[in-house]
Design a protein around this ligand. Structure first.
Ligand SMILES: C[S@@+](CC[C@H](N)C(=O)[O-])C[C@H]1O[C@@H](n2cnc3c(N)ncnc32)[C@H](O)[C@@H]1O
Length: 241
């Protein structure tokens, strides 16, 4: 797949070197083909910066979630090669889930998860599902959905409607973290969703350098990265609100 070989700009992030996994690479949305009609709305594959991920989780914990982190299931919507799942599994979540549409990325993610479990890095049980995020079946109990700008407006709208239907009778059981919030307005117009945070979350110096090196090496130069990500945090209060 273009973006995953050295000839097509593949550049390793230090996270992979440190943990012996493969989550680096930048794959343009047009190369993410699975045969599903939602392929055309995929933005790109790119692993989240670990520093942004942890900073956003810290911010979320300051928003007074309905339950302690130990009661929450973390769910990566568009899990890619699984970097956010690996990071989440180092925290004391009840469990870590993910859903990914692309079969090549799924295969790589499953290898990473296997390595993670065997090397004793995972504190929580982890499970990755194949399929479209707009049909993901959410587990019981408090859920924390994580989105790193996975798809464009048509799928995002479907996904938000799916959230509202899935949590119809479960007020406050869903929190949502959104990194690089290009489709923020689709959440804002959904009745029952309350925004708790909107703003930049800083990348560490090491992540900024690593991600900029990856951007510099991409052959078509179409994606950019900065020393922060625009992020938001949302809570589902229920359809009556
Ligand atoms: C920017 S990557 C994020 C990867 C991962 N969440 C992370 O932070 O490391 C977005 C991912 O969403 C996936 N994706 C796009 N559309 C999807 C859909 N409809 N259902 C499930 N996954 C999808 C892409 O294949 C890609 O792997």
């Amino acid at each position: 797949m273009p973006g995953l070989t050295r000839e097509t700009g593949y550049t390793e992030h230090p996270f992979d070197k440190k943990f012996g996994v493969r989550t680096s690479g930048l794959v343009a949305g047009r190369h993410l083909r699975s045969g599903h009609r939602h392929d055309r709305y995929a933005t790109a594959y790119f692993g989240v910066a670990p520093s942004v991920f942890y900073a956003l989780i810290k911010r979320w914990q300051r928003t007074r979630p309905i339950a302690p982190i130990e009661d929450f299931t973390f769910i990566d919507i568009g899990a890619g090669m699984g970097r956010a799942m690996l990071l989440a599994s180092q925290l004391p979540f009840r469990s870590v889930r993910g859903v990914e549409l692309n079969p090549t990325l799924l295969r790589i993610a499953r290898r990473n998860l296997e390595h993670w479990r065997k090397s004793g890095q995972a504190r929580a049980p982890i499970r990755l599902s194949a399929g479209d995020a707009a049909h993901f079946r959410f587990p019981d109990g408090p859920c924390l959905a994580f989105l790193f700008n996975p798809f464009g407006a048509p799928v995002m709208k479907r996904f938000v409607r799916h959230l509202a239907a899935s949590f119809k009778d479960r007020p406050s059981q869903l929190d949502l973290l959104y990194v690089n919030y290009e489709q923020e307005h689709t959440i804002a117009v959904q009745r029952g969703m309350q925004r708790l945070f909107l703003g930049p979350v800083k990348r560490s110096y090491a992540d900024t350098r690593a991600d900029q090196r990856i951007m510099t090496n991409q052959p078509d130069g179409e994606y950019t990265s900065d020393d922060y990500e625009d992020c938001s945090i949302w809570r589902w209060l229920g359809a009556c609100n």
